[in-house]
Ligand binder design. Sequence first.
Ligand code: COA
Length: 328
Amino acid sequence: MDKTFAAITGVAGYVPEDILTNHDLEKMVDTNDEWIVSRTGISQRHILKDPSKATSDMCVEAAKVLLEKTNTKPEDIDLIIVGTVTGDYVFPDTANLLASKIGASNAFGFDINAACSGFIYSIVTGSKFIETGTYKKVMVCGADKMSSILNYEDRSTCILFGDGAGAVLLEPSNAGGLIDAVLKGDGSGCEYLHMKAGGSLNPATIETVTNKEHYVYQEGRVVFKYAVKGMSDTIKEVLERNNLTNDDIDWVIPHQANKRIILSVADQLDFPHDKVLINIENYGNTTAGTIPLVLRDFEDKFQKGDKIILTAFGGGFTWGSVLLEWTY
Ligand code: COA
């Protein structure tokens, strides 16, 4: 019997209208456009300013476009998975809110908390429900409202991140789709990238708020090194175990955390830069949103049969690489 793969049959994305440029940040913290562009590759990021909107609302916008593009009725969606660390609430999960908001009345959903690896963890999880024949239509979103957990007085973090959402539809295919994935995790990396308070270890108190502990805490230099190694190692592993070389790969789609991280990975593995897709200049790091937003922005370049690597690294630590074959 032919193996059933989970294929991406459509991609969509959404970023809020409001833009925060490097020049805007110059007025907020001690930084400058030249430093940000040369150290990160970022020129601007989109920010969800409307206080009544949250991560699920960005997912709704992406999901609506996805449903229309793929000619899918919301009630035909079986499962929704949202990769995010900035869900609307600690509970309930964003995926269920999203299902209700788009009328996916037959779907159940759950969130996956894997920070910048949220999209690849989610797409691999979603693919298993298709490969086993359990479901036919799985919507996978990666979305984060990073502006809700950033300290805009900390120049080392606030310049890096933006808000955004992406969504893909997974459906069964007999030729192409998600071929293989290597996913990794190491909780000892927590100390270098986390949010200190708001969880069960340090619930919110007046002190945690006063001490600004509800924001992203990051030791950037350490994370940078682990990110380059984690993405490079897992790309190598997924290529080797599928008997592929760089020449077999048409596109590499890395998580967009820092242009220098991306190019270091490409150089370590001898991938020509024109195979490595980058849009960080426009959005910054949208955490779980980066990879589906790259898929959306570069969708026109992909041909049926193209072999694509998705690779990510994020808080946890979490990381991994996915090999897929494009099917449309
Ligand atoms: N503007 C100007 N100067 C800044 C700055 C800013 N926004 N942020 C930091 N600096 C300064 C530092 O204070 C430091 O000054 P010093 O040498 O006087 O102490 C100097 O720039 C170098 O800082 P450093 O942290 O070593 O810079 P870096 O080259 O490592 O770049 C990051 C910092 C955060 C851009 C980089 O480490 C990074 O991208 N790390 C990965 C982070 C990431 O994206 N993680 C998300 C999950 S993968």
